[in-house]
Every structure is written in C-alpha cells, then in structure tokens.
Design a protein around this ligand. Structure first.
Ligand code: RB5
Length: 147
C-alpha cells in the first residue's frame, strides 16, 4: 500500500521510527513532514496535507502523529472524506477499519511506545473494511454531514 505519514515535534521521533518499519513491510511511504525536529512547529501544517492526500486517494492510508494524537485526529477529520481516529488499543486498530472504514490512524508520540505503535500500525494496515450493509448504512449517515 501507499502510506502517508505526518508528525509535529510531539510525534517526530515516533515518525522517524515507523518510517523504516513501514518500508520493511514493503509499503511505499510518503513523508509529509516534519522533516526535522522543531519544537515550535504546528501539527496542522503536516496533518492537513496528509489528510488531503488521503481524501483525494493520492495515498491509501495515513498515519498522523502528534504528542497526544488528539490534535492530529481533530485536524485530519476536518477534511471531507477522511475518517481519522486516535488509537491506543489493538482491537480498535483493526475494528476501526473493518466497521468504520478508518483511513488515518492517529498516534500519540508521547503516549504510545514504538513497539506498541508498530503493533497498532500492523493491525490497522492488515485490516479491510467489510462493506457490510449495516456499516455502509452508518457511514452514509456520517457522510451526509460532509459538505
Ligand atoms: C505539541 O506540543 C502538542 O500539543 C501536540 O503535539 C499535540 O499533542 C496536540 O494534540
């Protein structure tokens, strides 16, 4: 898959760890920055371009990281068509895709350790939306709110 990654200073270290991890899984990776550690940078500057690339299908899935993962998920969900969530447990990492067609996994670089992050990413990337009627029905109700 073509995977986009983005992080501010709070997620920069974890992004630099997961980048080679994704390559080792044979994914194509597009890095939306930050490209160096800057304690004063702002997560929307990296997360919004990633979210737009997911929305226009330039990339298949995204991983957005800030200190807590909260700001990244708030920002990503402002882009129409994106479904992003802060994930901290294995079940939600795959079920979010299977039931809710999650397209951006948000992580807290100051919260989730790198081994746990790799497990969450693996679950997220291996999962597929089931397309079940009840899930499509629920997604359509959400999509009605998009402009
Ligand atoms: C930046 O210090 C921090 O606020 C940011 O990375 C993130 O945690 C916001 O949700």
């Amino acid at each position: 898959m073509k995977i986009g990654i983005a992080a501010d200073h709070g997620g920069y270290e974890l992004k630099e760890i997961i980048h080679p991890f994704l390559l080792s899984l044979k994914h194509e990776v597009k890095d939306f920055g930050a490209y160096s550690f800057d304690k004063d940078d702002d997560y929307p500057d990296f997360v919004l371009p990633l979210a737009k690339a997911v929305a226009n299908k330039e990339i298949d899935r995204g991983i957005a990281i800030c200190g807590s993962g909260v700001g990244a998920s708030v920002a990503a969900n402002k882009i129409s068509g994106v479904r992003a969530a802060l994930i901290t447990d294995y079940f939600s990492a795959h079920q979010g895709v299977e039931d809710d067609d999650l397209t951006i996994l948000c992580l807290g670089g100051r919260v989730t350790g790198y081994m746990a992050a790799e497990d969450l990413i693996t679950a997220f990337l291996n999962a597929r939306f089931t397309g079940a009627e009840r899930h499509l029905r629920r997604l359509k109700k959400v999509q009605l709110q998009e402009k």
